[in-house]
Design a protein around this ligand. Structure first.
Ligand code: 9MR
Length: 397
């Protein structure tokens, strides 16, 4: 990493670090780090701890604890759904900005940073767009122009208000896809070819010179074989390297961090090594969608502690592995959980055979789990010389 390319995350974070490191402990009120929020403890390192926000839950007056915790525990927010194309432009040419505006205003009031999610993805596209392409009424040329217009319009609207944009999301296939050799997959690659990725970053940069522009994907927490034909992390690394070499304005790579306790997973040193390798390309990194789900066997559902405990423990360990790795690498700017409580997690609605859940850091009644406490202790016990304040890249022109 070329240090001269990096600047500090921002005066606010630095000032906060300084202030927190000198918090006076008086005899009557000793400083108790465990009483601090994840947000406050993260900012000691210049690290933003964030959450995806479900706007229905945020606005649900009968569920005040949700809003309270979004406000108090996190220094960054991501729209779980309301900045996706199908939400923003459900009818061609007519925009529904309300919920996304509301989140951006909420964040401003609470002095939280916003991760913009997401400009280009093959899922949650408006039906008018996908059906127009399918029936031939939208040509390839028009599709490319629609994408340019979408990126320009959305980035422009929130110009200066978004810290990191997920510009392109999940562009790469998985080993279980057909063909199994990793490739650029999905709607955009099929219709425009992989060149849409560089285009998207250039269009986003033209609309906002200051936002950090990210590529975001899952299953890229650690390197595998090193062969891009089957190692997704290597594929994304090679892609990023090539984009940077061609002067494309990509500033960061987001590793989603959707893990499951039933899988092998990684240790802290493996994940640290991956973040460091990306840092070597001059890009920032971030964990952008962390959750660690478990299979809900009949015994788990019946409340059998012998089956529940190892899952909670393994979940906590995985949350912690990603946090420690992030802390260890100065260019890892933020750690975002994909929802913070089991009552508002996407997991149970998505995985039902077998059912999965228990994926977040608070239970359904907003009681913090071991995972929450492990994240906290990682933040409390970290510091120099191994953990240093964050350094962010200058947005690439
Ligand atoms: O959490 C989101 C869920 O509410 C939506 O139904 C789903 C639709 O695809 O998208 C979920 O969020 C995804 C995110 O946007 C991109 N990475 C994977 C996330 C979980 O599926």
């Amino acid at each position: 990493m070329k240090l001269r390319q990096w600047t500090t995350v921002g005066a606010v974070a630095v000032a906060t670090v300084a202030a927190l490191n000198t918090v006076p402990a008086t005899a009557s009120r000793p400083y108790d780090p465990t009483a601090q929020s994840l947000a406050t403890l993260g900012l000691r390192h210049g690290l933003h701890v964030g959450t995806a926000v479900n706007m229905d839950a945020l606005n649900d007056a009968s569920d005040p604890q949700y809003r309270k915790l979004v406000t108090s525990e996190f220094s960054s927010v991501t729209a779980e759904n309301v900045m996706k194309w199908e939400s923003l432009e459900p009818t061609r040419g007519s925009y529904n900005w309300g919920p996304a505006d509301q989140l951006v205003d909420f964040a401003k009031r609470n002095r939280q940073s916003v991760r913009g999610h997401v400009l280009v993805w093959h899922n949650q596209l408006p039906a008018w767009l996908t059906s127009g392409v399918a029936d031939g009424s939208i040509s390839k040329q028009e599709l490319r122009e629609l994408l340019r217009k979408h990126i320009t319009t959305v980035v422009n609207r929130y110009k200066g208000k978004i810290w990191q944009w997920d510009v392109v999301n999940e562009a790469v296939s998985d080993p279980w896809d057909t063909p199994s050799t990793l490739h650029y997959k999905g709607f955009w690659a099929e219709h425009l070819g992989p060149g849409y990725i560089a285009d998207a970053f250039r269009w986003a940069r033209a609309a906002d010179p200051k936002a950090l522009l990210f590529y975001n994907d899952y299953n890229i927490e650690a390197f595998g074989s090193g062969n891009p034909a089957d190692d997704k992390t290597q594929f994304v690394y090679d892609m990023t390297k090539s984009l940077r070499a061609r002067g494309v304005p990509i500033d960061g790579v987001g590793s989603q961090g959707h893990l499951g306790t039933q899988y092998g997973n990684f240790d802290t040193l493996q994940v640290t090594a991956a973040l460091k390798k990306f840092a070597g390309l001059g890009v920032a990194t971030a964990f952008t969608e962390v959750d660690v789900r478990s299979q809900l066997t009949a015994a788990v559902q019946a409340g059998n502690a012998e089956e529940i405990n190892p899952r909670l423990q393994a979940s906590a360990a995985n949350f912690s592995v990603l946090m420690k790795a992030c802390l260890a690498v100065r260019s890892c700017l933020s750690y975002t959980v994909w929802g913070f409580s089991d009552n508002h997690s996407w997991v149970p609605g998505w995985f039902d055979d077998p059912p999965e859940g228990l994926a977040t850091i608070y239970d359904e009644n907003y009681q913090p789990k071991r995972a929450y406490h492990e994240l906290k202790s990682d933040l409390i016990f970290a510091g120099p010389p191994y953990v240093q304040p964050r350094v962010a890249p200058k947005p690439r022109r």
